[in-house]
Design a protein around this ligand. Structure first.
Ligand SMILES: [Cu+2]
Length: 802
């Protein structure tokens, strides 16, 4: 449109002066004429000039009006694109998905009020309860038992009861308990399920994550107590001013070295956006086991690589000059993501020419041959259920389970650090997605409600997005040369469901992608800030220097997906396929031998056989198969293709390993059990030495897995050796892992051949539109209708006062 305007304007402008100049120049001037005549001519000339001016203004006005009219006509030529789903897609929804739907704000409140009413439990109503109080930490959906859900979904069975899981931290009694509260909407009852789930009466109090209430007390200790004692030292070394604190904290985990410990190494960083890459060289170890925060104390200090046992000893050595002091100097914020030049351009954006070809209603998505239910758990994050292709269930559950990182460092803040994000809450930190950046502008955005850590339901607007997207490379194509000339192709238009969770420094982008070929992909990308530590002698063994005095610490990334495949029912087998070279004699010249690849197939019988460790020789093809065969007599199956460049898993000799034993295996197949719902737990991080969920126990009983309901636990990841280009942010390109869940002899041919997006032509029909919509794309063009841009993602986020 801009081009049209420019051309019209210059065209009109150039015409006007030419026209008036021509008028003035005729007749030509003759200098020997009399003065009276000259005067008369002057008069005539003045009148002509005025007329010309008027004419000029008039022409300009007409030109402007003409331009506006032309622009309007031009823009009206394109009809507005439809913004809603195409009618037939939306009509297909059912209520069945609701059994997997997250709890509603009303349900959270009912459950909370019910628990508050149980006077014997003595639960605090305070928004940020003290450690010593009894407190509801979490309310979340209890997933229906699979058998009940299948009876309901497939055989008109009763709708499974809707129930909530409630986690209560009993500060008063020194333990943790879990309850199931239901049926919703009531009348409600509660049941203590701690024994049933974890085989113990109650969980140790130190197994709980640090709550906002505890953080408030920790921050109070640091800034109100420790820093007050260190005013001089902090002022000289870091320019610290208690009136406007310029140091922020970042904590290492786990909190100690043995069960029962609650000792956290807190490192200090410049209080910039992107503080994670601004370490200042000061760390303290705080012991905070006691429920009474006045008992908490600093057990160690680290200053510029040197350790001290007490605040006093640090002060004395500092005063005596017995150490290498860090001299404060102002540093600009190289971590800032504010663009260094004012953004000017706009990249390409996709929009829906004929309305959305998918539909989202409640927690159900329908897209072409696909349909599924979705939810977002506060702890484990995004999940989908009852995933069907052309009516047949392929996957009962596909869910994010855990994200873990193990760090290396010479300084304590990062030295023993092993982050297990489920304990912090993967879904909890799924903040609002930014239109046009985090997801395509025209995606469908879905609000999420959560109840975790504060005694209220929180709304996270637009925390999930769903969109159809042309991934920019054809799903398939062939140009036929030689004998039969033809072209056949299909755009790779796929449906994405996405959430992004910003847990501290890292942002994980979680995608489940549904392709027209019957494939599902579960994928994670990491972006955000690396964790870093202050560079001291010996640091470079554990990473690279990435800024002045800043070491980017080496670490692993592991993410686990649960893939509960049901291939034509729940009775499945696990098979592997690979190749080997076989020496054969050539049938037509038997004296000549050749090595040729042959197929090697196997069916694994037990859970331990099917627990495939990362560094072992894993067959390339891993299948969950049905006993039914396709048209060609082969077992109909889905293949798991893991894309991962994971680092080494923590050696099993380490006491913390059992909390993350799921990461031993690239793929592990277990027999489905409702009691084996997750590979990790809320308590894995803080009870890392004595975990209540140790995944390796799921396969210890070595059950048979032939013709059983099978679950694949897939671990993907990457080794991260931070480098200069991780500053300021780690980019998504190349940083992540995924699993593809692909049909393999499941169909008789590629189902995408039925796609209505196919393009085909041959010589003579290149521009024929019937089988080539691209040749007539101009007939389908429409002008996009953009939803108004809004963002409320900062509302209600945690912000601590120092
Ligand atoms: Cu990383």
């Amino acid at each position: 449109m801009g081009m049209v305007w420019v051309w019209l304007y210059s065209h009109a402008f150039n015409q006007t002066p030419q026209c008036s100049l021509a008028h003035i120049s005729a007749p030509p001037t003759k200098p020997h004429r009399a003065p009276a005549l000259r005067f008369l001519r002057g008069m005539v000339s003045q009148v002509t000039n005025s007329l010309l001016k008027c004419l000029l203004i008039l022409i300009c006005l007409v030109s402007v009006i003409l331009n506006i009219v032309l622009i309007c006509l031009n823009s009206n030529r394109l009809p507005k694109c439809h913004t809603h789903s195409q009618g037939t897609v939306a009509a297909d929804h059912t209520d069945h998905s609701l059994i997997f739907a997250d709890l509603t704000p009303k349900e959270y409140q009912m459950v909370r009020d019910y628990m508050w009413d149980q006077k014997d439990l003595r639960i605090s109503h305070s928004a940020t309860a003290k450690v010593s109080e009894n407190y509801i930490f979490l309310i979340d959906l209890v997933l229906p038992k699979k058998a009940e859900a299948l009876r309901y979904l497939d055989n008109q069975g009763l709708k499974p009861e809707r129930q909530a899981s409630v986690v209560v931290f009993y500060g008063e009694f020194n333990y943790l308990k879990e309850y199931v509260v239901g049926p919703l909407p009531g009348p409600l009852k509660h049941r203590d399920v701690t024994m049933e789930k974890y085989k113990v009466e109650s969980l140790p109090f130190t197994a709980r994550p640090v709550t906002i209430g505890e953080y408030v007390q920790l921050i109070d200790l640091v800034y109100g107590n420790v820093f007050m004692q260190l005013k001089t030292e902090l002022k000289e070394s870091f320019g610290y001013d208690p009136k406007s604190p310029n140091l922020s904290i970042f904590e290492g985990m786990p909190r100690g070295v043995k069960a029962g410990d609650r000792k956290t190494w807190i490192s200090f960083f410049r209080d910039f956006s992107g503080m994670y890459i601004h370490p200042v060289g000061f760390e303290i170890l705080v012991r905070h086991e006691s429920k009474n925060s006045s008992d908490w104390m600093v057990e160690k200090l680290l200053y510029n690589g040197q350790y001290f046992d007490t605040i006093e000893s640090f002060k004395q050595t500092y005063a005596a000059g017995g150490m290498q002091k860090i001299v404060y100097k102002e540093v600009s914020n190289f971590a800032s993501l504010k663009p260094r030049s004012v953004p000017t351009g706009l990249g390409p954006h996709q929009y829906y020419l004929q309305g959305k070809r998918f539909s989202v209603k409640s927690n159900q998505v329908i897209y072409k041959d696909w349909r599924f239910a979705f939810g977002l758990s506060s702890l484990t994050g995004m999940r989908v259920f009852d995933v069907r292709f052309r009516g047949d269930r392929i996957i009962y559950e596909l869910s994010v389970q855990e994200a873990m990182s193990v760090y290396g460092s010479i300084t304590p803040g990062m030295m023993l650090t092993k982050f297990l994000d489920t304990s912090i809450g993967i879904g909890r930190f799924a903040h609002e997605l930014v239109r046009g950046v985090d997801c395509p502008y025209s995606a469908t955005y879905i609000d999420v409600y959560r109840y975790i850590d504060i005694n209220a339901t929180q709304l996270y607007s637009n925390a999930i997005c769903v969109f159809e997207h042309d991934v920019g490379r054809p799903l398939r194509r062939h140009f036929s040369d030689f004998f039969q000339n033809s072209y056949g192709g299909l755009t790779n238009s796929a449906l994405y469901i996405r959430s992004i969770t910003a847990i501290g420094n890292y942002d994980y982008i979680w995608d489940f992608i549904f392709y027209q070929s019957g494939t599902v992909e579960a994928r994670v990308h990491a972006t955000g800030y690396i964790s870093s530590s202050y560079k001291v002698p010996g640091s470079l063994k554990y990473g690279h220097q990435v800024a002045e005095n800043v070491l980017g610490n080496i670490h692993t990334h592991f993410a686990n997906f649960k893939v509960d495949l049901d291939i034509l029912g729940v009775r499945n087998v696990f098979q592997t396929k690979d190749m080997e070279y076989e020496e054969v004699s050539l049938p037509w010249m038997t004296e000549r031998k050749a090595k040729i690849p042959k197929l090697v197939e196997n069916q694994l019988k037990t859970e331990q056989e099917a627990a495939l460790r990362h560094n072992s020789k894993i067959p390339r093809y891993l299948h969950v198969a049905s006993n039914q065969t396709n048209r060609w007599g082969h077992q109909r199956s889905y293949k798991l293709q893991v894309m991962s460049l994971a680092g080494d898993h923590l050696p099993e000799s380490e006491p913390e390993e059992r909390s993350m034993s799921w990461a031993r295996y690239k793929v592990a197949i277990t027999k489905h059990k409702d009691s084996e719902q997750t590979c990790s737990s809320l308590y894995s991080q803080n009870n890392i030495w004595d975990p209540v969920v140790d995944f390796s126990n799921y396969i210890k009983d070595n059950e048979h897995i032939e013709n059983e309901d099978l679950v694949a636990w897939v671990t993907a990841g990457f080794l991260h050796i931070p480098h200069a280009e991780d500053i300021p942010n780690t980019v998504t390109v190349g940083n992540g892992g995924a699993v593809l869940i692909r049909p393999h002899n499941y169909f008789d041919e590629d189902p995408s051949i039925d796609s209505v997006d196919g393009v085909y032509f041959n010589p003579g029909s290149e521009t024929d539109c019937e089988y080539n919509k691209m040749a007539c794309l101009d007939k389908h063009m429409c002008s996009p209708t953009l939803e108004p841009y809004t963002y409320r993602g900062f509302e209600g986020v945690i912000k601590f006062d120092k």
